[in-house]
Design a protein around this ligand. Structure first.
Ligand code: B12
Ligand code: SF4
Length: 491
């Protein structure tokens, strides 16, 4: 069986300004042309490994359209396409294209298929749709068997997640990726999230951690596949600072990660604001090579946090916007004091947000965070925010008669898609972005962070490591300060 597995390009997204998208990265002067994209989608090597495991003589080709092209002569029995929402239009285009090339079966899975079946099943070119995880319940094996044996079935419901639902029989097929095309190497230790943010598709999903020997085998497989082209790791886990006892399993894995000689053994990951109180975790993170932790603060307004279901996770003493600012500042300085850079995430335009754009600008300056990740609140299918707005006719860019049902190219996280106050939100957004990423200010923050790391007594970090953290920060800075941002005229 000849199997093509594709992650569609994000290039169709309006104005090419998808934060961390292809065209953003292409504009960064410090990123060599050979590395045009941050990281590969982990679903590709995972599906590749599962296919080879289940059908050892299968010919498997992985294409991430952000670094490669779908072969013109697409002579495949099966094309499997991974769909996130912002690339959905390209998913449908590819499905038609591949069918016209004679591909027998087009299969679509991924987060958009899972949460917006209503739309995906309207596309006539799509033969089979997979909901949920390909590895959970080993749904992908069932799909391959049905195709091989000619059984018709359009929709497969994958199990969401459970402790045993990782595919652990063999590591992801990293060797089938063009690893040279990426700046970081994705790996996953755990999945799921117990929290209930109303804008997130991963809310309230059961948590699971891979056994440590599985993670170590994956690191080794990755290092073998990349050869001399070492890059640092990016852990895609929603939150590394999980609740007990999963936290201990993760700390054990991080402390003992195989360290290849000559490789860049540092890593970046995601955590919650609770991490500030987890000293053991921070110590393990710092000593095992953490460069940065991405933390979702989302807003400096209590009302906005209430609206998105995050306020209930604040300590009871945090009741006003002033207290919230102080709390966020404390979290950041705690993590920074371990020599770890914080990439805080904020969303503007959440209904009820009563903080001002200047609050955010001042906060970035105060905390000295090098690379704030600032986007516009963008409700996506599968979330209560999307359902609520859709029901109340509050969403812009509907496309009532076609596929896709919305113009997803506008859902780029820098365009307001909510009808209320759209032009005000957009004007404020660009003002904040241009202010915090003004070249001199951004470099001053990087310099502050490097000097702070160099002065740290407790953590044994060489100046070289501080500089490397700063370079990472500058990469992100460049990214956000790309001409797309600099030359954008606020409406
Ligand atoms: C790592 C990551 C990134 C990385 C790498 C992106 C990439 N190219 O893969 C970076 C940092 C670059 C990134 C950027 C962005 N990301 Co991101 N990211 C993630 C994250 C944390 C992990 C994804 C991952 O690797 N998971 C592990 C793999 C193994 O699981 P998976 O992808 O879910 O695949 C499983 C199933 O979905 C299914 N499946 C997937 N594809 C297919 C295909 C077939 C045929 C089948 C059968 C099954 C199947 O089976 C897989 C295995 O079980 C997810 C959140 C999450 N926890 O999943 C968000 C997530 C994918 N990102 C998201 C967003 C919004 C973004 C940004 C727009 C953020 C921004 N504001 O800029 C950008 C967009 C850039 C881009 N073009 O991708 C959203 C997407 C929501 C949506 N509805 O589309 C998510 C879900 C976060 C969230 N909770 O809302 N991201
Ligand atoms: S945004 Fe983060 S903390 Fe909130 S539900 Fe999603 S994964 Fe969990």
């Amino acid at each position: 069986m000849r199997v093509l597995i594709v992650a569609p390009s994000d290039r169709g997204v309006r104005d090419h300004k998808l934060f961390w998208g292809y065209d953003y990265i292409r504009q960064i002067e410090s990123v060599p042309a050979a590395n045009p994209y941050p990281t590969y989608p982990l679903s590709l090597p995972l599906l590749g490994a599962m296919t080879k495991h289940h059908i050892p003589d299968a010919h498997v080709v992985l294409i991430d359209e952000n670094v490669d092209q779908v072969p013109a002569e697409a002579d495949f029995d099966v094309a499997a396409i991974s769909a996130t929402t912002f690339v959905a239009p390209r998913v449908y285009e590819l499905a038609g294209l591949l069918k016209s090339h004679g591909v027998r079966e087009v299969v679509v899975g991924g987060v958009h298929a899972t949460h917006f079946l209503e739309e995906v099943q309207k596309c006539a070119w799509v033969d089979r749709i997979i909901l949920g995880r390909a590895d959970g319940g080993r749904t992908w094996f069932k799909v391959l068997d049905d195709i091989r044996e000619g059984r018709r079935n359009r929709v497969y419901g994958g199990a969401v997640c459970g402790p045993s639902s990782f595919f652990t029989d063999c590591p992801p097929a990293f060797g089938l990726l063009k690893l040279d095309g990426y700046m970081y190497r994705n790996l996953q230790i755990s999945r799921g999230c117990p929290y209930a943010c109303t804008f997130c598709v991963d809310r309230c999903t059961p948590e699971a951690v891979k056994p440590r020997e599985v993670v170590f085998r994956e690191v080794e497989a990755l290092r073998a596949a990349e050869g001399d082209n070492h890059r640092s790791l990016f852990f895609v886990d929603n939150l590394l600072d999980r609740s007990e006892p999963l936290l201990h399993a993760i700390m054990d894995i991080l402390s003992n990660l195989p360290r290849a000689s000559g490789a860049d053994n540092r890593w970046t990951g995601q955590a919650s604001w609770d991490v500030a109180g987890k000293e053991d975790f921070l110590t393990v993170a710092a000593t095992s090579g953490a460069r940065a932790l991405l933390i979702g603060f989302e807003s400096l307004s209590i009302k906005a946090l209430r609206r998105i279901g995050k306020a209930r996770r604040l300590p009871p003493s945090v009741e006003t916007n002033i207290q919230l600012k102080a709390f966020c500042r404390q979290v950041i300085s705690r993590v920074q004091s371990y020599g770890i850079e914080v990439v805080p995430s904020f969303m503007m335009g959440i209904p009820g947000d009563d903080s001002s754009p200047d609050d955010l600008i001042d906060f970035v300056e105060d905390t000295g965070v090098c690379t704030p990740h600032i986007t516009i609140w963008t409700p996506l299918p599968g979330t209560p925010d999307f359902d609520g707005l859709r029901k109340g006719d509050g969403l812009l860019y509907m496309n009532p008669n076609g596929v896709p049902l919305y113009d997803w190219s506008k859902f780029d996280f820098s365009t307001p898609v909510c009808r209320d106050n759209a032009s005000e939100v957009e004007a404020n957004y660009w003002r904040v972005l241009q202010s915090v990423y003004e070249r001199k200010k951004a470099l001053r923050r990087v310099h502050r962070f490097v000097s702070m790391v160099e002065r740290l007594p407790a953590i044994k970090r060489s100046p070289g490591e501080a500089v490397s953290s700063a370079l990472l920060a500058m990469n992100f800075n460049d990214m956000a300060y790309s001409p797309g941002v600099r030359n954008k005229k606020p409406p």
